[in-house]
Design a protein around this ligand. Structure first.
Ligand code: GLP
Length: 244
């Protein structure tokens, strides 16, 4: 695991966006896994700006979304599909056939997880996976209790996660389920980058750094990945002490 301690949130965001831009410069046909959440919003804004200043070409890139809510329309303004269209697809003028979304329409038939895994495999796997972290240490929507070898599947959201995301929904509308890549699916990615910003993530980051392969904090499973980078802003890093 490589840990990058940024001097500001802006620097942390810029580090992550630059890593993605560098990847696309060296490998224009890279397959990128995308996370959602407030943490990622400035990363995508920075990537859009880097795309212009460095004349990045996205035509050969393929994108996979990490997860999606189940139980709301995919075109709901707070769906992850709407999120990524707003923050990345439209600003970068990407085509609809350059991105795959977890197929929530196949959930009822019980085929959604298997189908998504098949698409990822057919694309040659994910070269670079972006990740945020939930306040309870979840990654994607792999809540505490998720197994290291879990694959894309329907998951129940914890009350804590629903509470953290409820401002995106009208009363009583907050989804209870999601379709999420599993821990095993994420660990198959060739390079993983987790960005944590803000005080609300400080406890999860402290736990992550002090525990290994602990289902209570699914992000701990990432530490055994050979190409995992953890990027922290000062607030997210405020409860850890690193001895140099
Ligand atoms: C959601 C997403 C995660 C994201 C997490 C943190 O639960 N499924 O991929 O990392 O929220 O979100 P935020 O960045 O808004 O704190």
């Amino acid at each position: 695991m490589r840990i990058l301690l940024a001097k500001s949130t802006h620097e942390a965001v810029s580090i992550v966006a630059t890593m993605v831009a560098d990847k696309l410069m060296s490998h224009p046909n890279a397959v990128i896994g995308l996370a959602t959440g407030r943490t990622m919003e400035p990363v995508y804004a920075e990537l859009v700006s880097l795309a212009k200043s460095r004349n990045l070409q996205f035509q050969k890139t393929f994108l996979f979304m990490l997860d999606e809510y189940v139980g709301i329309d995919q075109n709901h303004p707070s769906s992850f599909k709407s999120y990524i269209q707003h923050h990345l697809m439209v600003p970068l003028n990407l085509k609809v056939d350059q991105i795959a979304f977890p197929p929530i329409h196949l959930v009822e038939a019980g085929e959604a997880g298997e189908q998504y895994e098949k698409w990822i495999k057919e694309a040659g796997g994910i070269d670079l996976q972006l990740l945020g972290i939930g306040v309870n240490g979840h990654i994607g929507f792999n809540e505490p209790g998720s197994a290291i070898d879990s694959r894309t599947r329907v998951v129940e959201l914890t009350e804590e996660t629903r509470e953290a995301n409820k401002s995106h929904f009208h009363d009583g509308e907050t989804p209870t389920k999601a379709l999420s890549m599993g821990i095993g699916s994420i660990l198959d990615g060739k390079q993983l980058i987790l960005l944590a910003t803000g005080k609300s993530k400080a406890d999860a980051i402290k736990y992550l750094l002090n525990h290994h392969d602990d289902e209570f904090c699914p992000a701990t499973f990432l530490k055994s990945h050979p190409h995992f980078t953890l990027v922290l802003d000062p607030d997210a890093a405020s409860k850890i002490s690193l001895k140099i």
